[in-house]
Every structure is written in structure tokens, then in C-alpha cells.
Design a protein around this ligand. Structure first.
Ligand SMILES: [Zn+2]
Length: 232
């Protein structure tokens, strides 16, 4: 017999149907955030099985990273774009948790991530945080944390400057623009630790690079990266 609570949930779902955040179809019982069809259809990268993947290679010579993982490919007009738009601009923090859980399932058991001590999301400037109400990278980090049983640290890596949207700038000026944007409050907290730095969408990698350079100033630190999507 179904527990009584489910009838109430079904009733609420009848009045306020939950929609798949990737395709817009109505979700059925036991589907959360995305429908089963989208879950199987999303453009996963499989980068956890490719240590020299295209994003990892982007950082060669720029930043010595232990490993780089991205869950999805971001294509213009694709489902990931729809989902990321909902996630970032439509007050839908739970999308990040869900994607973090999916990524965590893929990384769990992977030997490379076994010695990660802390998950550290790329911080938002407080003004941006207030505007959005949540840090999208932190939501993803919390989903990962739930699956990998690794704690999230949000207080120690901080953003000092608010940077404008950088899509139209060249790589060099973008790098210049990212100088001194991030800072670590208490280096002792990260000393000797393997930190999994978490971002939302990686394009040029300038944000990851700026954070990574700060983290790697700390003695004995190892940095790996995980992100939701990669947009070429
Ligand atoms: Zn769907």
C-alpha cells in the first residue's frame, strides 16, 4: 500500500505540475528536476575516464591541476543551455544540487577523487549572491558533497572584486581582469589538502585559473577541478 503522504503529493502535483528543467515536459512520480528521458539523453562528457580531456589540456602550462572533470557539454540551443538558464536566472537552486548528485555518482569510486579533502565552490561577489539568492557553484558542490561524502568549504576562498560579464573580451585581457579577484582568508585551513575547486560553466577557464593560482600559493595544496558544463 502507498503511504498516505504520497496521495497528498500527487494531489499537489496535479495542481502545480513539476516540469522537467531540460525539456519542459511534466515530471511524473519519482522524477525530480529532469525527466528520465533527458537524464539518459544529456550530453555527458565521460571526462572522468579521460585524464587528458580537452578541458584538462586547456590548463596545461597555465595551472598544475591534479584532475579536471566536467559533467556536460554545453551546446547552443541544447538542453544544457535551457537547464543552465533556468538554474542561473529563474531562482532554481535545486537544479544545481541535482546535477551535483549526478556528477557525484560518476566520480564516486574513481580513484583520482578518493583523496579529495574539501570541495570549494568558486565564490560569488556578495552583491551578486544577494541578487541571485544563491551561489550556483555552491549548489553543485553540495550535490557532489552528498554523493562523495566530502565536506564543502565556502568561507575560506573569497571574491574581492565584482567582475563584469567577460564573454566579449580576449583571453589576455580576461586574464588581466581576473588578477586579484580572489583571495584565501586562512591558508592554514587548506595547507596540505587536496581541494576540489568547483565552477558552473567553463569556457576559457580564466575564473578557475584565477582561483587555482591563489590556492596553489598554499604549501602542499593539490587542486582538482569539477564543473557542470564546458562551452567551447
Ligand atoms: Zn526532460
Amino acid at each position: 500500500m502507498k503511504p498516505r503522504g504520497n496521495y497528498w503529493k500527487d494531489f499537489i502535483a496535479l495542481i502545480f505540475p513539476q516540469l522537467c528543467q531540460a525539456c519542459g515536459n511534466t515530471l511524473v512520480t519519482n522524477e525530480h528536476v529532469i525527466c528520465i528521458a533527458c537524464y539518459y539523453d544529456l550530453p555527458y562528457t565521460n571526462f572522468h575516464q579521460q585524464p587528458d580531456n580537452v578541458v584538462a589540456r586547456q590548463f596545461w602550462g597555465r595551472l598544475p591541476l591534479s584532475s579536471v572533470y566536467v559533467l556536460l557539454y554545453f551546446y547552443k540551443g541544447g538542453k544544457v543551455q535551457t537547464m543552465m538558464h533556468q538554474f542561473k536566472y529563474r531562482n532554481s537552486p535545486h537544479i544545481g544540487n541535482k546535477l551535483g548528485e549526478i556528477a557525484g555518482n560518476k566520480l564516486a569510486g574513481n580513484v583520482v577523487y578518493r583523496d579529495v579533502d574539501l570541495i570549494v565552490p568558486v565564490p560569488l561577489h556578495p552583491r551578486k549572491f544577494k541578487q541571485r539568492g544563491y551561489n550556483q557553484s555552491q549548489q553543485f558542490a553540495e550535490g557532489l558533497s552528498a554523493r562523495l561524502n566530502i565536506p564543502v568549504n565556502t568561507a575560506n576562498l573569497i571574491r574581492l572584486k565584482h567582475t563584469d560579464t567577460q564573454t566579449k573580451k580576449a583571453r589576455f585581457s580576461r586574464y588581466e581582469n581576473m588578477q586579484e579577484v580572489f583571495s584565501v582568508r586562512d591558508a592554514g585551513q587548506f595547507e596540505g589538502k587536496h581541494v576540489l575547486l568547483v565552477d558552473d560553466i567553463i569556457t576559457t577557464g580564466s575564473t578557475v585559473e584565477a582561483c587555482g593560482l591563489e590556492l596553489l600559493k598554499i604549501p602542499g595544496v593539490k587542486v582538482s577541478v569539477a564543473a557542470i558544463a564546458y562551452a567551447e
